[in-house]
Design a protein around this ligand. Structure first.
Ligand code: AMP
Length: 305
């Protein structure tokens, strides 16, 4: 089983109440790839500039991620994002975005990337996402993430793009904004009318909720004592979620619940340290241990009334 992700590969400068980093490896596609790599073969597609070197490739290769479709643009600079978090770490305050090579990005997928079982369209301009979706007509599952910027500036294109995927990941405020529905249950139904059969509402430190045609499931975030850097939590969540699904033969409601738990597990490790630091040295046993803690934490069935 294999998975292709298309999205930003970046250098991030991040300051949180617990420290700061001036230039570290980041980007939605990177966070996603590292998380998904624990479950399936991952191919990452995105552009980088001359400043992207062996150390950065080393982090991806260290987790076995295939980088053949990373496009190196001669003379270009890698996408750069600068942000800070205040004590409410659910909101990133963007200070600077330098698109660099990302500004001209026209994804060209190799045959190998096109023929993956699962495709994830990380947060990029919706026309570009749709172009990638059209290059991969045979995928078993296509998932998509987006953001308020595109809901504001390219809503029609985004709705059309959402129409071509099976699974939408958005945070709760974005779901409300996209659909004009204040109520999340109604908002999810409205998304399903656009096309996807599954909607995941990300709720930051409060966890995530899953909506399907006849099912609902919700999970709290893992109760960490220290969150150092929430950057990439949503992408690690999607990586754990879709990576797990790529390794399974079906996406039943039961499997989707397990996928929610793996997604939450990977997101919880991601935020323990800056950038990719924690997930790049994570071991599979640690994932399994935390998954079991989720099981214990949320067990109601079987308890005496
Ligand atoms: P998240 O924490 O889910 O918002 O994802 C953060 C990651 O997304 C960072 O590593 C950034 O490099 C990347 N990022 C920030 N802004 C954008 C953008 N406008 N388009 C694509 N990627 C972005």
């Amino acid at each position: 089983m294999s998975l292709t992700v298309v999205g930003s590969i970046a250098f991030d400068a991040v300051k949180s109440p617990f420290g700061e980093r001036e230039k570290m490896l980041g980007g939605a596609a990177v966070h996603f790839s590292l998380a998904a790599s624990f479950f399936t073969d991952v191919r990452v597609v995105g552009p980088v500039g001359d400043d992207f070197g062996d150390d950065e490739y080393g982090v991806l290769h260290g987790r076995g991620v295939n980088t053949d479709d990373i496009e190196h643009v001669e003379g270009g600079e890698t996408f750069f994002w600068k942000a800070h978090y205040e004590f409410d770490m659910n909101t990133a305050h963007t200070e600077d975005t330098r698109l660099g090579v990302f500004g001209e990005f026209e994804p060209k997928l190799s045959d190998a990337s096109r023929s993956s079982d699962v495709l994830f369209l990380a947060n990029i301009q919706p026309d570009v996402q749709r172009g990638v979706r059209e290059q991969c007509p045979d995928v078993r599952i296509a998932g998509l993430d987006s953001m308020n910027l595109w809901i504001d500036t390219a809503r029609d294109s985004l709705v059309q793009t959402i129409g071509g995927v099976d699974l939408l990941f958005l945070n709760d405020a974005e779901l409300r904004m996209l659909t004009g529905e204040a109520n999340l249950v109604k908002a999810s139904r409205a998304v399903m009318e656009m096309g996807p059969s599954t909607v995941v509402a990300k709720q930051g430190e409060y966890g995530a909720a899953l909506f399907t045609a006849d099912g609902f499931f919700a999970l709290p975030a893992y109760p960490l004592e220290t969150v150092v850097d929430p950057t990439g939590a949503g992408d690690s969540f999607a990586g754990g979620f879709l990576g797990y699904l790529a390794s399974r033969s079906e996406a039943s409601d039961e499997e989707l619940r397990r996928a929610m738990t793996y997604g939450s597990t990977l997101a919880s490790f991601n935020v323990e340290e800056f950038g990719t630091e924690r997930v790049s040295r994570l071991a599979r046993e640690e994932i399994d241990e935390r998954y079991s803690e989720f099981e214990r934490m949320t067990a109601l069935a079987g308890l005496p009334a």
